[in-house]
Each structure stands twice: as structure tokens, then as C-alpha cells.
Design a protein around this ligand. Structure first.
Ligand code: MRU
Length: 363
């Protein structure tokens, strides 16, 4: 996407003989736009762990390049296996991470050591290009749904879309999943307005989604996470669209904590609830999302403290809870398939069910 007149992706290979990787450092957005160079596998692992990069597809792309950097230093089997383990342990919920690691491991496993590095970089670059194409296709399929929903409203109405967390281009390599149809709808002249859940505790909605929409000129309003139900009860939401970090073979979706409550409110109010996903987030080995998907537990400090810009323009952190009050911080929750109106994938739209997914993906 464009930022200050330049076309950006969230991750790229630098033109340097050491093959370092460039990323947008998302910890400082929306207040500062900074990039970071990742020079080693360990730096890639740390960037995923500390949320320099985040969002399921981008975590996968960063891990893929992390394996490349490990192979640059030592192309042997032991190095490949230990880098795989290190990168895999960084974040447990998004299945794209394992998917991307497997893609690189498969591409190099049968090759002699001397040929592995080049093959790994080539596959990592391909994964990134594929992610862009996949997200663009999701955008096109989603746009069709947006048009249909808008067509049912009185002429001259706005299309009010609610989204949770950040499933935009910052979460992917470009375009985004849930935000791709929003960008396309806006570009096509549809009168789209987005309710942006702030997404406590890390505020990916208030900081990242709002930043993306702002940059692209899409009308939007940030709301507190608890406002969604109220907006839906008053007919102010025409559809909900979110991303997912892992989709089970029967269509359960695991996304940022709070997604489930939005799905419940949508169900109660007859508001369609769509989930946009690249097929790399489907875990075909898992059926029951509630029982089988590991939910990341993050630092309590993300709940007890807030980060933001002070009136004098400095970035600062403040404490919102009393000294000594404990907090817990589950990163994700599972929305059962029965609450999902449809899945929007690169191959088209399907029911959130085993049958729907199998039909689309021929599994
Ligand atoms: O913890 P994060 O910021 O990595 O969580 C991101 C999300 O929950 C997104 O909705 C998800 O990764 C889908 S992104 C296309």
C-alpha cells in the first residue's frame, strides 16, 4: 500500500550481500513510521515475539525469512531443525507460522547444503508474492458481498462495517484480509464507513487499523471494544468482517480476543459476520477450535499499562491498574462456526463448515 507517496510492503529482502530483511516496526505506529533491519534468525524470532511484526500472514513471512538467515549461517540439517523450533515457539496460535516454516523446510530438505540458501530465499520471496495475490483475491470476493449488502439498503445509504483488531496490510505482506474488501470498496466509490474496535489490550484497532484507514482516506470511527453490541442493536452495523489466526477444518475461527463477543452480538442482531482468510490459516488437522487451538497468553503488563503519545508528543507508558493488582491476558478466542455467516477466502466464499471448506479446497 502507499505511505507518503511510496509503495510499501510490510517485509522485504534488502539489497545487501548478507541477505538481511527489512520490516516496518509496528510497535511505534501510529505515531512514528520506522523500519527495522533483521540480520539474523534470532532477530527475526525476537521481532515476532515482541510484536515488531504481527498478524498471522506476516508472522509466517518473517519466520520464512528467519529460516533463510539460519541457513545462511549454517545450511545443515541440525541448524534447520533448531531454527525451525526457535521460530515456531515465538507465537503459538497463528498456524501460518508453522505453514510458512514447513514451506521453506520442504523446499530445501532434499537439496545439498550448497543449494539450500538460494532455494530458501526464492521460496520465501514466492510466499510473500503469493500472500499479496491471495489477499487481493480475498478483497475481490469480499467486495462482491459488500455490494450485495449495500444494494439491500435504501439508495444513498452508507455501508457500515465493523472490524476487530488489525487484519489489514500491516498484518499481511500487502492489502490485508478483512481490510482488503474495505480498501477496494472505498476505491470503487462505495460509501463505506468502518467502526474500528480499539482492541484492548494492545490496541491494534485504535493504532494500526485506524492508521491504515486514515492513510487510505477511508471514513472510520474508533469505538471501545464494548460498543459493538450497542451499535448493532441500533442498526448501525451492516456487516462485521474480521481476520483469523487459525481456522479449523470444520470452520471454527480463532482470532484476537473479543472476536467471539462480536460474533454473539452479530448473531443476536441478525448482522452478517464474515471472516476473511488466506487458506494458509486453515489447520486441516484440527476440528474443534475450543478444545484444540492453543491460546497465547501474553504479559499482564499489556493489560495493566497503556502506551501512547503525551501532549508534548513523546511516546510514554502509563499504569491504569492499582499497584499490585494482578491481570491476565489471553490473546485470542474461538468463534464457533455456527456464528460465522461465511468464510471469504482466495478461492471464493464458502459456508463455515467442513463441507463448505472441503468443497472449495477439494480436500
Ligand atoms: O496479536 P496480533 O496483532 O498478531 O493479532 C492479529 C489478529 O488477531 C488478526 O486479526 C489475525 O492475525 C488475522 S490477520 C490477517
Amino acid at each position: 500500500m502507499n505511505y507518503k507517496g511510496k509503495r510499501w510492503r510490510t517485509i522485504w529482502r534488502n539489497d545487501d550481500p548478507k541477505g538481511s530483511i527489512g520490516v516496518i516496526d509496528q510497535r511505534f505506529l501510529p505515531h512514528e513510521f520506522e523500519t527495522l533491519t533483521l540480520r539474523t534468525m534470532e532477530e527475526c524470532a525476537e521481532a515476532i515475539r515482541n510484536m515488531t511484526v504481527r498478524g498471522a500472514p506476516l508472522i509466517g513471512a518473517t519466520a520464512a525469512y528467519g529460516l533463510c538467515l539460519a541457513l545462511r549461517d549454517d545450511p545443515g540439517d541440525a541448524s534447520l531443525a533448531s531454527a525451525y523450533r526457535r521460530l515456531h515457539e515465538t507465537r503459538p496460535t497463528a498456524i501460518n507460522l508453522k505453514w510458512a516454516l514447513d514451506q521453506i523446510a520442504t523446499a530445501v530438505k532434499q537439496l545439498p547444503a550448497a543449494k539450500r540458501l538460494e532455494a530458501a530465499y526464492a521460496r520465501a520471496a514466492e510466499l510473500c508474492d503469493e500472500d499479496v495475490a491471495v489477499c487481493e483475491a480475498i478483497g475481490r470476493h469480499g467486495l462482491k458481498i459488500f455490494r450485495e449488502v449495500l444494494a439491500k439498503k435504501p439508495s444513498g445509504s452508507k455501508l457500515n462495517v465493523l472490524t476487530h483488531c488489525n487484519a489489514g496490510w500491516l498484518a499481511c505482506v500487502d492489502w490485508g484480509t478483512a481490510l482488503a474488501p474495505i480498501f477496494m470498496a472505498h476505491d470503487a466509490g462505495l460509501p463505506v464507513h468502518v467502526w474500528v474496535d480499539e482492541t484492548r489490550p494492545r490496541n491494534q484497532g485504535a493504532s494500526l487499523t485506524a492508521w491504515e484507514l486514515n492513510q487510505h482516506g477511508v471514513p472510520h470511527t474508533v469505538v471501545v471494544d464494548n460498543a459493538g453490541g450497542h451499535l448493532m442493536q441500533h442498526g448501525l452495523v451492516d456487516l462485521v468482517i474480521v481476520g483469523t489466526d487459525r481456522t479449523t477444518a470444520r470452520g471454527d475461527v480463532c482470532n484476537k480476543i473479543g472476536t467471539y463477543l462480536k460474533a454473539l452480538a452479530a448473531h443476536d442482531n441478525g448482522v452478517p459476520f464474515y471472516v476473511a482468510l488466506p487458506s494458509s490459516t486453515i489447520d486441516w488437522a484440527v476440528q474443534d477450535g475450543l478444545k484444540e487451538i492453543p491460546i497465547e497468553e501474553r504479559s499482564a503488563a499489556e493489560v495493566t499499562h497503556l502506551r501512547g503519545k503525551t501532549a508534548s508528543g513523546e511516546l510514554a507508558e502509563i499504569q491504569v491498574t492499582p499497584d499490585g493488582t494482578p491481570a491476565c491476558n489471553y490473546g485470542f478466542d474461538v468463534t464457533p462456526a455456527r456464528l460465522v455467516t461465511a468464510l471469504i477466502t482466495e478461492k471464493g466464499v464458502c459456508a463455515a463448515s467442513g463441507e463448505g471448506l472441503r468443497e472449495l479446497f477439494g480436500k
